[in-house]
Design a protein around this ligand. Structure first.
Ligand code: C5P
Length: 201
């Protein structure tokens, strides 16, 4: 039996943390689809054309620790606006979503484009300042020297690009449940997500 959980939302909304916790709780596999675009962005910065990088992408590239940097995030968002790059990554994501035993995918277009028939769809949001605080703490935890203002600006530029691109823009699927994590602890957000999915199983 397959059971697909689609979790979309803007950068640093908490969707990745929720996706990991949901996958662990139900014993589902988890795919952070942002990593696919980040791996393409990483190679773009190294001079590889985006489409070439997307077509030749292999799973081992997703383990590169440098994929988390803000520079790679911006390159990822630029690569993600190219329709042919997105098209090259569709089959892998769809096959992952339908693997036996259940799968959680988090990204921007999972509920709308990759898996419109997902059994559960969540759209995770949070106020920009809160998202910037969280991402800043995460980056500092990894030793990066960043200010909240620059992280906020990075998120703003990326969200704007992701929401306004013509192909697979960031938006909630009509049948997604929105979870606003602005005033929620991570434990509460995870508990709400698990509750919702439990009711759909
Ligand atoms: O989720 P994360 O911040 O790692 O994603 C990096 C970038 O990849 C996003 O800003 C977005 O442009 C792109 N992305 C996308 N579709 C997805 C996942 C990520 O366009 N499903």
């Amino acid at each position: 039996m397959s059971f697909a959980v689609a979790i979309d939302g803007p950068a640093a909304s908490g969707k990745g943390t929720i996706a990991r916790a949901v996958a662990a709780h139900f014993g589902f596999l988890h795919l952070d689809t942002g990593l696919l675009y980040r791996a393409v962005g990483r190679q773009m910065l190294d001079g590889v054309p985006a489409l070439e990088a997307a077509e030749a992408l292999t799973p081992d590239r997703l383990n590169d620790p440098s994929l988390r940097s803000a520079e790679v995030a911006q390159a990822a968002s630029k690569a993600a606006a190219i329709p042919a790059v997105r098209a090259a990554l569709v089959d892998f994501q769809r096959a992952f979503a339908r693997r036996e035993g259940g799968a959680v995918l988090d990204g921007r277009d999972i509920g709308t484009v990759i898996c419109p028939d997902a059994e559960a769809k969540l759209f995770v949001i949070a106020a920009p300042e809160i998202r910037a605080q969280r991402r800043c703490a995460e980056l500092r935890g990894k030793g990066a020297e960043v200010s909240e203002a620059e992280v906020l600006e990075d998120l703003r530029v990326r969200d704007e690009r992701d929401m306004t691109r013509p192909d697979a823009p960031l938006k909630a699927a009509r049948d997604a449940v929105t979870l606003d994590t602005t005033d929620m602890s991570i434990e509460d957000a995870v508990a709400q997500a698990i509750n919702l999915i439990d009711r759909l199983r």
